[in-house]
Write a protein that binds this ligand. Structure first.
Ligand SMILES: [Fe+2]
Length: 360
């Protein structure tokens, strides 16, 4: 009598064979079953070659129970869910210290909390976690660089909740993103209550200064700098696959001058939504440009950067982080929420904390 487990190395299924000269007894069959049950393989076929060489499968297929297999699967699934949650629903604080010779001495140590592209995303009840993290930074101002509501104008409550959680402790400045502009346009088109006007009204009631091609003066310790909110035309957000995309995606310094005037002497802090025109912003005279829009490229490929821009450009030049040109610096915030693509990978929602330094 020959018995054994047959199967290729590393396979999860094996065949149990009992080659006998006589019919196997019940006791033998019981023993074989025990042997199969003890196997570490997942599936064992129990079989018997009878003494007359007639192949008869007396035993039924036995599925080896893997008591830990299900546990491994659940642990793997739990890990994936936790990783997904961590990647998409937890804040990453990104800190910068930027030095400028042009910055007035009074603004040395000036702190700016920067958020962008909320798109209805909430961190904690009524966005209280986001508000708490900003309060921990204790900034001089909070800036929001657009897309605080999506173009369907149905997810603005998250931003209103955030403003309620923030209270009136810090001045909050906001520029408009393409989603606010589309929402406004849709409201005008439909000539009905679309939701945008009501949203903007409430934002203003919370004391937010919306800089729609407007400039204000910031003061600190007797010194002043300018904060400018630039609203781009919607065609500056054309997708690459749209007609005339190349022409639409051009922006020249005169456009900025027409919208917000010439850059003044001294330090200019520019809030604008789209980072694609960094060189034009610096040519205009911006010293620090705070932007969003790119959502970090949705998926960040290690050593390569953000995968896709909202304009359907692969690996856009200004995807996230700090960029410098001459004395001009631009910080691209990766945003808090999502728009067309409802996911993030290696690209956690960002709160930016900026500290300015005045260097002689
Ligand atoms: Fe956005």
């Amino acid at each position: 009598m020959h018995t054994g487990l047959l199967g290729p190395p590393g396979s999860s299924a094996v065949l149990f064979v009992a080659h006998t000269e006589r019919p196997i007894t019940e006791a033998e069959e019981k023993g074989y079953r025990k042997m199969c049950a003890a196997s570490r393989k997942m599936v064992v076929f129990y079989a018997c070659l009878c003494y007359d060489d007639e192949l008869t499968f007396r035993g039924e297929m036995m599925r080896k129970k893997r008591p830990f297999g299900c546990l491994y699967f659940l642990i793997g699934l739990l890990f994936l869910v936790m990783f997904w949650y961590w990647q998409n629903y937890t804040l990453q604080i990104v800190r910068y210290t930027l030095s400028y010779a042009e910055l007035p001495q009074g603004f040395d140590g000036y702190k700016i909390a920067h958020i962008s592209d909320m798109h209805g995303m909430a961190f904690g009840y009524k966005n209280s976690t986001l508000a708490r993290r900003i309060r921990e930074f204790n900034p001089d101002i909070v800036v929001c660089t657009g897309d605080m509501i999506s173009s369907h104008a149905k997810d603005g409550q998250a931003f209103l909740d955030f403003l309620e959680s923030m209270g009136d402790q810090y001045p909050i400045y906001m520029c408009l993103g393409n989603h606010e502009q589309i929402a406004e346009w849709k409201e005008l088109e439909s000539e009905s209550e679309y939701g945008y006007d009501a949203f903007i009204r409430k934002v203003r009631e919370y004391g937010v200064r919306i800089l729609n091609n407007e400039t204000e003066i910031l003061e600190k310790d007797g010194d002043q700098i300018r904060i400018i909110g630039l609203t781009l035309a919607l065609y500056h957000y054309s997708r690459r696959d749209e007609p005339y995309a190349d022409e639409n995606l051009l922006l020249k310094t005169p456009y900025i001058e027409e919208a917000v005037g010439r850059a003044g002497e001294g330090f200019n802090l520019l809030l604008v939504h789209n980072p694609s025109y960094f060189r034009e912003y610096t040519a205009w005279g911006a010293d620090l440009i705070l932007v969003g829009h790119m959502h970090g490229g949705v998926i960040r490929i290690p050593f390569k950067g953000g995968l896709l821009s909202p304009e359907h450009v692969f690996f856009p030049e200004f995807d996230a982080g700090l960029f410098e040109e001459g004395t001009g610096k631009m910080i691209v915030n990766r945003g808090l929420g999502n728009s067309a693509i409802q996911m993030r990978l290696f690209n956690r929602p960002e709160l930016t904390e900026i500290t300015l330094k005045s260097v002689p």
